[in-house]
Design a protein around this ligand. Structure first.
Ligand SMILES: C[S@@+](CC[C@H](N)C(=O)[O-])C[C@H]1O[C@@H](n2cnc3c(N)ncnc32)[C@H](O)[C@@H]1O
Ligand code: SF4
Length: 347
């Protein structure tokens, strides 16, 4: 057995730590892009043991997600048909945790704005859904590290996410170092339009932008707190003029399940692809825990998941955390997404 991600991709998370892949769940790795080269990582015990385990026909413990999917007869990240190699052909880079948004379902370890809000809540003695500890801000990108990664000799694709990749100060220099044949893929919140990046991207044969949009209009404004739909829509349509592939990638959760078809309609109207991502955590935003009034809007493809019995404790948790966020942010769910407020009995 083999995995193309291990053989041909290098994944670096927001803290700079190397990972087997973006969904592997090995314990914290010692090898970090600030202290170790890609070769150090690939010679490490974690990496070598994973390769050896596959060679023995078994899944490494860290690759449980693919194992479960494959044993259920489904396609996994490992088996998805994509061309990787030869050599290190793919990079998955999270250039730190700087982010201008406070998306409700996101995590302070990947958004500096959420980390700040969490810190503020702790300071004021307010319960936070992320516990009692502050989160560090990760910012490992330097031009030297960027150049090292961008000039790996067999590179064919770079996937940039974060944090918010458009906020990385050295992004322009990083892109300048890439060969124009390298496919550049972004996961971005579409709030930032940097003219230098826009011009630089025109040089590449393939740019693939997946916009993380969780609703159209006010639904997006509420979930992706700090963003403004009009600005986001204007930016997406401008990016669409120069990129080869454009898509919306909503994270489907309690707050937007009822709105699923509206997002698809927007994609059809503007000729964008649609790649949904079903949220698992936090549990209180997981669609399986939604009230029936919301579940009735579930698309056929998610029924297997959403139709599980809801956990009432998670519905109470939803009310608690939404009320805390609304107070902290000076807004109200009822004003932005009245259907969901009503389903939970929030006035
Ligand atoms: C963490 S963001 C980083 C990139 C960029 N800031 C953006 O929003 O696209 C990467 C993706 O994770 C998604 N995401 C955020 N919270 C999530 C959660 N709890 N479960 C699953 N995906 C989540 C986001 O919507 C986004 O599509
Ligand atoms: S824009 Fe991306 S990184 Fe920032 S808070 Fe939202 S999902 Fe998280």
């Amino acid at each position: 057995m083999k995995c193309k991600y291990l053989d041909h991709q290098v994944c670096v998370k927001t803290s700079g730590e190397y990972r087997l892949c973006c969904i592997s769940n090995e314990p914290t790795n010692r090898e970090n892009v600030t202290t170790h080269t890609v070769d150090d990582w690939r010679n490490s015990a974690t990496y070598q043991n994973a390769i050896a385990t596959f060679e023995n026909g078994l899944f490494p413990k860290a690759c449980e997600k693919c194992k479960i999917q494959e044993e259920a007869g489904e396609t996994s990240q490992r088996t998805r048909p994509r061309q990787y190699g030869p050599g290190i052909s793919h990079l998955d880079l999270r250039f730190g945790s700087n982010c201008n948004l406070q998306c409700t379902m996101c995590y302070p370890g990947v958004s500096s704005s959420l980390a700040k809000e969490h810190q503020e809540m702790l300071k004021q003695g307010i319960d936070s859904p992320w516990g009692d500890e502050p989160f560090p801000n990760f910012d490992w990108y330097t031009d030297e590290r960027g150049e090292y990664l961008a000039t790996l000799p067999e590179l064919r694709e770079v996937y940039l996410t974060g944090g918010e990749p458009m906020m990385v100060k050295g992004l322009h220099k990083f892109l300048q170092k890439l060969d124009s044949s390298v496919e550049v893929r972004f996961n971005t919140n579409a709030t930032i339009m940097n003219p230098n990046i826009y011009e630089e991207l025109k040089r590449f044969e393939t740019v693939n932008m997946c916009f993380s949009i969780d609703g159209i209009g006010k639904v997006n404004d509420y979930i992706r707190w700090g963003s403004n739909w009009q600005q986001v829509e204007t930016n997406m349509l401008k990016w669409a003029e120069i990129v080869k592939y454009k898509s919306l990638g909503p994270t489907i959760q309690v707050l937007n399940l009822h709105h699923y078809e509206t997002i698809i309609d927007w994609c059809k109207k503007h000729d964008f692809q649609f790649f949904d991502n079903l949220l698992m955590n936090p549990e209180y935003l997981n669609t399986k825990n939604a009230p029936d009034e919301i579940k009735q809007y579930c698309p056929e493809k998610f029924k297997y998941w959403v139709d599980q019995p809801a956990d009432i404790i998670q519905q109470e948790a939803f009310k608690k955390w939404i009320s805390i966020f609304d107070k902290q942010r000076g807004c109200s769910l009822k004003e932005y997404i009245p259907e969901v407020a009503k389903a939970y009995g929030i006035n």
